[in-house]
Design a protein. Structure first.
Lengths: 438, 814
């Protein structure tokens, strides 16, 4: 049986129950106490997200300041259970308008009860699609004042639509202005050795869409990925245009994408859900353009001094710029005094994370600012432990740049009424885990 | 839904201080109950919300039950929902009051609005009050035939709920066959999915008692049903797809065309955004192709990319769940993943449970081509802040070294670890260098030079110390000060508590004596004297081996908790959830109906012991050989003989007919075996005649007393429980639960530590009139148990005694 969850609990960080729902009688009511005493109040908390206590297994995850715990008594499907929690949280968020935390739960408990009743029955996941649930759910979430208001009331007698061919979209949507927003968001993961060679590097990307389209539109998306382009040139029997093509290692799609058509024609075609959703996810390991190169030199001068020099090169186009660049250079715990010289941005010592933190708000392409720092250490006689250098970590966002080189070639919208649509496409590359050993 | 046990203490304006607020609410609800004034619904909503919020934070508002029910006579759906929630929460604790709600719930089940019908039906089935089941049958029957999909969907699960409250009512009302026809004909895919969930549960639980049900269970896996579900596959939502995929993975295809048809149909599921769907598809592919080696390999290739993507996306928890599965696959076929090793590199901030799995996989995929990179990467982790991971990394390097790839470079690395001056790294590295030297004696020169520089004072961990001492003994001619270091260690014999270290010390001194007699003579004398007067019992530690059968079992249960725990499900799920039918099928003819983890573990241990005994026996015949076994040096025999002779004198060796031929040397190992506690030898005795106990046996106290008075004593026995068991027995309930898991039930118990008394009973599953009655007196301080058994059928009492004893002996084992 896929999940058959016996109970689900929402706890705050102190272990108080915010809300709970018992789906089955096969676990006792004291389960949450077991969780508190055996997991929350011990060091076990960070050890493993799946734990067995007594005859029951606990799956738990922390989301902002809330623990969500699923209790099962059978040999359940873990992946399914975690996915369920993630989807449920996304659903709650869409109702509360963005944030999911202790306060949001307290302010919306009736709604959460209502949702928990519909999304899971007797421990079996039911329908989690927000579009369908809108038909059943009577409560409106308490939204933060900044989020947009719910647009329309649910269609009164719409239960019949549940079984329609397009489960994720309601019929009869009308928008004055038909708009599609498409964001390609990539995060680059890098692990570089102290000698400057790339140990591991990959890009995980997702395409996020926001659709405000009337009726039942059919969308088709073309990317500059290798397989898609080759297939197209095959079909049109003309050679591929020169230019960069991207080899995607692996792709996964939202359930709205017609996978059969993707496999035969290699085109991404779909009837989108209304509003915001994640169209696809992909992973690339070959031919990644790293936006930044980091060249650190760290010298330990005797036992009480260190010299840190870090040069960061931006290797994207000169017209582009990165935002929110943060470089964290770890230093030993016994750091006493630091002095900096930077050619750009600001640097300071942050004792709580034992790092020199160098921030550059706006970082243009094709530049190479440097930071040099002198670090004085408290000399310790007792601890002779050599310092193991943790890696330098970097955070950034580069708009209009994709580390994979992926581009949208076209986005076509067909609807039988033949309206015009406005399409907006954005690109952004963020740092995933960007680590440079030194 | 039980109200949260702990009341919420944070200061909030709406927080009631005590009973005042509740009685206030009661009054206001009463006023509104009869009112028909406009706007009443809005004020009711506010009041209901307040009630629900009190309920949520753990304040008992059950006293408002009748007022809430009175107010629920409304057409407002929001109010109704809150009222259902309230009723569902308190009905179980107040069955009498729950009766009040039946009326209005039944009425709502006939409402015009399908949503209200569905909601009311769901609430009705969720009341979980046993004496109200008669009221469920009618509405459920109508619900299953409702014209609206939402109601049918709720009714399908409702039938399952009814089954759990009262199985007989559900079966008598013929709901299973109604569910089946709905599953095969309904137009709504969610109804189909819910029927499938319900039927799977009902029929596997029924299968134990009814042949028909077990046939029905088989029928779910028949070709027509599977194909029917697969043809409708695209209609199902992602969760229902998981459900169907799980069913398909159990289906046995008729021929290879069948397999390829299904795989072609499902291949696009590997691209699904929901990791659970992907994993379920992977399971289908893997299980379908088990018999076709080539295709099976191709499947691995095909599923690699999607799995790697899933692992690197999503939350830590999700990726852990997936990584556990990837881990299993990598362990099964490391060769296929050898070029993907970079995916298993750890990130600095990853939690250690993820790192641990990745280290395992890195070790497994090492081969000629990637060893250098992998070892280099592992060495980075040795400097990790996380001590457990650092240790694990050293061990991983050692494991790779023992696989013979590029040993040269690895030895250098290990020696560097020795010089890192971190206690735990040195300790781990010493153990590895020792293992390495056993396998590759040719590296001794390089290693000894470094090992010689390590002061034995800085090595505290017994294993590492033992390794160092072993090397001191083995290579004493290359280390100038070996005899003196050993002498020093012997002087501190009494401070050394580890038996392993002591044994190694004796061996090493003897070895040293044979090579450098004048320098070692004094030390040897002291060592032998110390060893002879040693009252410790040597217990060596066995490595936990996972036998391949267990691994296969885990693979069968792919996409479940088993993979995460790395144990088959029967080792951790509650026995009561499974019917005896399933047991006998799974344990495959094992005589004892209930096989527990400990039993298996002990069996594995016993096997290991056999191996150990076997090799040491051989050695004795062949004479000592320079490498291979742990205790190989010639000097060892003398030492162990002297040691064991002291053993045999100081304590009676329990003679066991199966082990008569072992020499004095091997009796050490026998001691180990017996040292595991008596129970291990009792569980490995030849299987008793077949006897299965009824897991749901019932007897009333009067009958028990009468039988106890009438029947003669069939058996009187004394035995002992394991020390762990004695320690765990803090209250009678602990043992009760344990024995219940073995289908032996308790009718009365009492006493306080250290003396407990129990009356147990059990029923022969084959002959319902045949009961076994047991009186059991346990003294936890002496671990002694006195048992009297009485039986209706005297001929089976021996078989029962075996069952009972093995059940008891497993008590308290981890």
């Amino acid at each position: 049986m896929p999940v058959a969850a016996s109970a689900i609990y929402f706890l705050n960080l102190r272990g108080d129950v915010l809300i709970n729902r018992l789906y089955r009688d096969d676990v006792g009511g004291n389960m949450v106490d077991a969780f508190r005493t055996h997991i929350m109040q011990t060091k076990e908390l960070g050890v493993c997200p799946v734990r067995q206590i007594g005859g029951c297994s606990f799956f738990y995850m922390r989301i902002s300041n809330v623990y969500i715990v699923i209790v099962v008594s059978s040999n359940a499907n873990v992946a399914c259970a975690f996915k369920f929690v993630v989807e449920a949280v996304a659903l709650f968020k869409s109702y509360f308008g963005g944030s999911f935390d202790e306060d949001a739960i307290r302010n919306n408990f009736v709604l959460i009860y209502e949702l928990l009743d519909e999304i899971m029955d007797f421990g079996y996941p039911q329908n989690l699609s927000p579009e369908i649930l809108k038909l059943y759910i009577t409560q409106e979430g308490v939204r933060s004042p900044f989020s947009s208001k719910p647009t329309d009331k649910p269609v009164p007698n719409a239960t019949l639509q549940v079984t329609g061919a397009v489960g994720w979209r309601r019929e009869g949507l009308v928008y004055k202005k038909n708009e599609v927003f498409l964001d390609i968001v990539e995060s680059v993961n890098l692990l570089m050795s102290s000698k400057g060679s790339v140990l591991r590097c990959d890009v995980t990307g997702k395409i996020l869409m926001k659709c405000f389209l009337s009726g039942m539109p059919d969308l088709k998306l073309g990317l500059n990925d290798k397989i898609g382009l080759e297939k197209e040139s095959q079909l049109k029997s003309r050679p591929t245009k020169s230019g960069k093509t991207i080899e995607l290692d692996d792709v996964t799609f939202h359930q709205c994408v017609n996978l059969t058509r993707f496999n035969s024609e290699k085109t991404v075609s779909f009837v989108p859900p209304d509003g915001e959703f994640e169209l696809m996810k992909y992973r690339i390991t070959e031919g990644v353009n790293l936006p930044f190169r980091v060249l650190p030199t760290i010298k330990e001068l005797g036992r009480t001094r260190m010299e840190v020099n870090v040069k960061v090169k931006s290797v994207f186009g000169a017209k582009m710029f990165a935002l929110g660049v943060v470089i964290k250079v770890p230093v030993p715990k016994q750091t006493a005094k630091t002095s900096f010289q930077v050619t750009s941005g600001r640097a300071k010592y942050n004792a709580s994370i034992d790092c020199l933190v160098w921030k550059i708000r706006k970082f243009p392409g094709q530049t190479e600012p440097t930071m040099s720092a002198e670090v004085e250490l408290i000399s310790t006689m007792t601890e002779k432990k050599s310092w193991t250098r943790p890696p330098i970590q970097m955070e950034f966002q580069v708009p209009m740049f994709t580390a994979s080189g992926l581009r949208v070639r076209f986005l076509k919208v067909w609807e039988k009424s033949g309206y015009n649509t406005v399409e907006w496409v954005r690109y952004i590359t963020k740092a995933g885990s960007y680590e440079i050993r030194c | 839904m039980a109200p949260p046990a702990q009341s919420y203490k944070s200061p909030s304006p709406s927080q009631p201080s005590g009973k005042g607020e509740v009685s206030d609410l009661k009054l206001q609800l009463r006023q509104l109950a009869g009112s028909r004034a406009p706007g009443t619904d809005d004020s009711k909503r506010d009041l209901f919300k307040k009630v629900i919020s009190y309920m949520t934070v753990g304040i008992d508002v059950s006293s408002l039950f009748s007022e809430m029910v009175m107010c629920s006579a409304t057409s407002d759906i929001v109010l109704k929902k809150m009222c259902y929630l309230y009723v569902g929460n308190y009905a179980k604790g107040n069955p009498d009051l729950a009766l009040l709600t039946i009326n209005f719930l039944q009425k709502d089940c006939r409402d015009e609005d399908p949503m209200i019908r569905g909601l009311a039906l769901r609430s009705l089935c969720s009341l979980r009050v046993a004496n109200l089941v008669e009221y469920l049958v009618g509405p459920l029957g109508l619900g299953l035939k409702d014209s609206n999909g939402y109601v049918r969907m709720v009714a399908a699960i409702g039938a399952l709920k009814l089954y759990h409250i009262s199985a007989a009512t559900c079966v008598d009302a013929d709901f299973p066959s109604m569910l089946k026809s709905l599953m095969l004909h309904d137009s709504d895919s969610q109804v189909v999915a819910n029927c499938l969930s319900a039927l799977q549960e009902i029929w596997s639980l029924e299968a134990s008692s009814s042949e028909e049900a077990s046939k029905e269970r088989e029928a779910l896996l028949s070709k027509p049903v599977i194909y029917y579900l697969l043809n409708r596959f695209k209609d199902f939502n992602e969760w229902a797809q998981c459900l169907v995929l799980d069913l398909v993975s159990k289906y046995v295809p008729s021929d290879s065309n069948d397999i390829f048809d299904i795989m072609n149909l499902l291949e696009d599921r590997l691209q699904h955004a929901n990791g659970a769907v992907v994993l379920a598809t992977v399971k289908v592919f893997l299980h379908m192709t088990l018999s076709m080696t080539d295709v099976h390999q191709q499947v691995y290739e095909r599923i690699k990319a999607p799995l790697l993507t899933l692992v690197s996306s999503g939350s830590q928890e999700q990726s852990y769940a997936l990584l556990s599965h990837l881990h299993l696959l990598v362990m099964r076929a490391p060769m296929l993943f050898s070029s993907d090793y970079k995916h298993f590199y750890c990130q600095y901030n990853e939690p250690s449970y993820v790192k641990k799995l990745k280290l395992d996989m890195l070790t497994a995929v090492a081969n000629e081509n990637n060893t250098y990179e992998i070892v280099t990467e592992l060495c980075e982790y040795v400097a990790n802040v996380d001590v457990a991971i650092a240790r694990e990394s050293v061990r991983a390097v050692g494991k790779i070294a023992l696989q013979q790839y590029d040993v040269n470079a690895i030895v250098d690395r290990l020696l560097q670890f020795l010089e890192m001056e971190k206690g735990y790294v040195t300790a781990e590295a010493l153990v590895l260098v020792k293992d390495l030297l056993r396998k590759y004696p040719q590296w001794s020169q390089d290693c000894i030079a470094v090992v010689g520089n390590i002061s034995s004072r800085n090595v505290q961990e017994p294993k590492a110390k033992a390794a160092l001492i072993w090397m001191l003994g083995e290579y004493c001619q290359d280390m100038a000060d070996a005899p003196y270091v050993l002498e020093n260690l012997i002087e501190n014999w009494d401070d050394e508590h580890s038996a392993e270290v002591r044994l190694h010390l004796l061996t090493a001194v003897l070895k040293c004596f044979l090579k450098r007699p004048p320098e070692t003579q004094k030390a040897l004398g002291a060592a032998l004297a110390a060893g002879l007067s040693d009252s410790h019992q040597a217990v060596s530690v066995f490595t936990d081996t996972q036998n391949s059968e267990i691994k296969d079992r885990i693979f069968d249960e792919f996409n479940s908790l088993s993979v995460v725990y790395q144990k088959p499900s029967y080792m951790f799920t509650d026995k009561e959830h499974r019917g005896p039918f399933e047991f006998s099928e799974e344990t495959g003819g094992l005589s004892v109906g209930v096989e527990s983890v400990e039993n298996i573990a002990q069996r594995v241990d016993a096997n290991d012991n056999d191996l150990l005994l076997g090799t040491s026996e051989e050695e004795e015949i062949r004479g000592p050989s320079p490498d291979g076994s742990a205790y190989s040096a010639p000097a060892y025999d003398a030492a162990s003989i002297s040691l064991t002779s002291s053993h045999t004198q100081s304590e009676p060796v329990i003679s066991n007919s199966s082990l008569p031929t072992y020499s004095a040397q091997t009796s050490l190992a026998i001691d180990d075996l017996l040292g595991l506690s008596l129970s291990s030898s009792t569980t490995s005795v030849p299987s008793p005649p077949f006897l299965k106990l009824n897991a749901k046996a019932v007897i009333d106290p009067g009958t028990f007393q009468r039988k106890w008075g009438q029947l003669p004593i069939a058996l009187t026995q004394e035995c002992s429980i394991s020390p762990q068991g004695a320690a765990a027995l803090t209250s009678p309930q602990v043992l009760l639960r344990h024995m219940q898991g073995q289908s032996i039930h308790c009718i009365a118990s009492g006493g306080q530590a250290p003396n407990f008394k129990f009356f147990f009973f059990a029923q022969n599953a084959e002959a319902s009139a045949s009961f076994f009655l047991v009186e059991c007196i346990i003294n936890t301080s002496s671990s002694k148990v006195q048992i009297k058994v009485k039986a209706d059928d005297q001929s089976t009492s021996d078989a029962f005694w075996n069952l009972f004893q093995s059940a008891l002996s497993r008590f308290g084992s981890p």
